[in-house]
Design a protein around this ligand. Structure first.
Ligand code: ADP
Ligand code: ADP
Length: 228
């Protein structure tokens, strides 16, 4: 599903964010990406959703060599990858419904499909009753649920989540994890960067640790392995 071969990423200012990363993530895996701040986790994820391109090496996602993608093919890749951020990144002037529908509108989904599918995913995330609320009227956990609904609405093969529980209290975080597990159960491949030791050590999954731009550990059902 996701394959990196000797991937290097150097930013224009000379920072070496990734230094020779090779990894294979199979369809339907759930992977935690751990490591200190500045290790390269966000860069790893940005390369997957094609926010950044590698300086060297190859990345394929869902069979596409995405480093070499023609610009007109980028929307196609984006619809196959859902992205969830720590700070939710909802559009503040749009309702919950509109925030989720917007992701279908940008890929020009047929209008009649949009209403049905948006209500379906809002039900899945437990927010059908809040369709007409604005993000500011919701709790943090609810806002993250909206962001997850938006990420899955186009039925992507891959979900990339960059510290999705980073702004949430522990109880709310477990709710978000239940939801991500459900989405994984339904077939999505999930890559989640996290500093949440308790979650990683309790909901055991594959753990890939990155330090200084290099994979230093890759274990099935691994542990968090850091103090904080
Ligand atoms: P993490 O997500 O693990 O905190 P990042 O991928 O954000 O790590 O950062 C890896 C390294 O790349 C850090 O040294 C960071 O300062 C640098 N970096 C990240 N983004 C940029 C950027 N846009 N421009 C320059 N350097 C960057
Ligand atoms: P938060 O994550 O915001 O702290 P909850 O996890 O309890 O709070 O869920 C947010 C909202 O969604 C609440 O109003 C809750 O009643 C509702 N909710 C949560 N899960 C479901 C579900 N599976 N079905 C229906 N409603 C749900």
């Amino acid at each position: 599903m996701i394959e990196m071969q000797d991937v290097w990423k150097t930013y224009p200012d000379g920072s070496h964010a990734l230094r020779g990363v090779s990894v294979l993530i199979e369809r339907n895996e759930f992977v935690y990406l751990v490591g200190p701040s500045g290790a390269g986790k966000s860069t790893f994820m940005k390369l997957i959703y094609r926010e950044e391109v590698p300086t060297k090496g190859q990345i394929s996602v869902n069979g596409f060599n995405i480093g070499k993608l023609k610009p007109r093919k980028i929307p196609y890749i984006r619809r196959n990858i859902g992205v969830v951020f720590q700070d939710f990144r909802l559009l503040p002037k749009m309702t919950v419904y509109e925030n989720v529908a917007f992701a279908m509108e940008v890929i020009e989904a047929p209008k009649r499909m949009i209403r049905k599918r948006v209500m379906e995913v809002l039900e899945l995330v437990g927010l059908k009753g809040k369709a007409n609320s604005l993000p500011a009227q919701l709790s943090g956990g609810e806002q993250q649920r909206v962001a997850i609904a938006r990420a899955i609405v186009n039925n992507p093969a891959v979900i990339v989540a960059d510290e999705p529980t980073g702004n949430l209290d522990p109880e709310t975080s477990w709710g978000i994890m239940n939801l991500l597990e459900e989405i994984n159960f339904r077939g999505a491949t999930i890559v989640m960067a996290t500093h949440n030791k308790e979650i990683v050590n309790t909901l055991r999954k594959r753990v890939i640790a990155i330090e200084n731009g290099v994979i230093v550990r890759d274990e099935p059902r691994g542990e968090y392995g850091y103090e904080i």
